[in-house]
Design a protein around this ligand. Structure first.
Ligand SMILES: [Fe+2]
Ligand SMILES: [Fe+2]
Length: 318
């Protein structure tokens, strides 16, 4: 069965971690805010004139400008509706873990049923993204088996888009994450839309530290609600034996204002600084890549099932 998720315009559920922040090494040009533009040099190095005198691409300009409008609309909604009150409420609600019971691999397969209509890799099931990231890290860090499993499960929280997990809107599931309860740093993409957020004018929340203190540690900071924090909660509350660095990667892999822009570092403690190194390593493998390496799911499945058995109970509460 295939479940189609409806969402506005050109949004794709990975853009917060793939396209928006894709680096130049993916043959994509990156403009302000990190949004990629169509490339003007072909794969074999032959330079084709794909832009006109105004710098617009002949082929992809309309599609790209439509996509950027979709991304901007996404951030307008996200920045308007993610408030301190909202994220506290969501953590409390989902922290009960009473939406269902299933194993990790079962959840991978469930996520596979989510088809994101605007994903540029529509032919590529979600499980391939998970396994591609995991296999790439495994190749470079063969001894860190916890990191292989972390890559496999990092996006499982996207099941929040499915009806049985609340069918949350895109702005409450994907995209960059940021702290609530303190001022919105200008490093956040489309920062201007925070002006629509009720917290923006609340004196309790709009100073640099807000409700926090310097060096209080990210664990004490309320992050915007989405698949990252949800999967962190699920893993922790089900008693995973994954190391703290793994939980940190899962929880903050979309916190681009921190790990790409260096914002909000004043809230970190020493442990956060150590763990951040792993997020930076991980994110290199989570970026959108045009070079597709197909993964034979059945072939690698036994290895990942052994890791799941090592670090998780057979059934988890979600
Ligand atoms: Fe993600
Ligand atoms: Fe991802």
């Amino acid at each position: 069965m295939t479940i189609l998720i409806e969402h506005p315009a050109d949004l794709e559920s990975n853009f917060g971690e793939k396209n928006v922040h894709a680096e130049n090494n993916n043959n994509e040009l990156v403009l302000d805010g990190g949004f990629p533009l169509p490339k003007s040099v072909s794969q074999n190095g032959f330079s084709a004139p794909e832009t006109n005198a105004f710098g617009h691409s002949f082929r992809d300009y309309d599609a790209e400008s439509e996509r950027q409008k979709g991304v901007e609309e996404f951030y307008r909604l996200q920045h308007t509706h993610q408030t301190y009150h909202f994220v506290k409420k969501m953590r409390e609600e989902y922290g009960k873990l009473e939406k269902g019971e299933m194993g990790i691999w079962e959840c991978c397969e469930l996520l596979n049923e989510v088809v994101d209509e605007s994903d540029p890799d529509l032919d590529e099931p979600q499980i391939e993204h998970l396994l591609q990231s995991a296999e790439a890290i495994r190749k470079d860090y063969p001894n860190e088996d916890w990191l292989h499993l972390t890559a496999l499960i990092h996006d499982l929280g996207k099941i929040l888009l499915l009806p049985q997990f609340g069918e949350l809107p895109q702005w409450a599931v994907v995209g960059d994450t940021f702290p609530l309860g303190c001022a919105f740093d200008e490093a956040n993409v489309h920062h201007k839309y925070f002006k629509n957020n009720p917290d923006y004018n609340n004196p309790a929340y709009n100073t640099k530290n807000g409700v926090y203190t310097d060096g209080c540690g990210l664990d004490n900071v309320a992050m915007s609600w989405g698949h990252d924090d949800y999967m962190y909660l699920v893993a922790k509350e089900n008693g995973t034996t994954l190391p703290p660095a793994a939980l940190f990667v899962i929880r903050y892999h979309s916190f681009y204002p921190l790990h790409k822009e260096g914002a909000y570092t004043h809230l970190m403690n020493k442990e956060d600084v150590e763990n951040l190194k792993w997020v930076k390593i991980f994110n290199k493998y989570d970026l959108y890549s045009k070079s597709k390496v197909r993964v034979d799911v059945e072939k690698v499945k036994p290895y990942y099932q052994s890791l799941i058995a090592k670090y998780f109970p057979a059934k988890l509460r979600w």
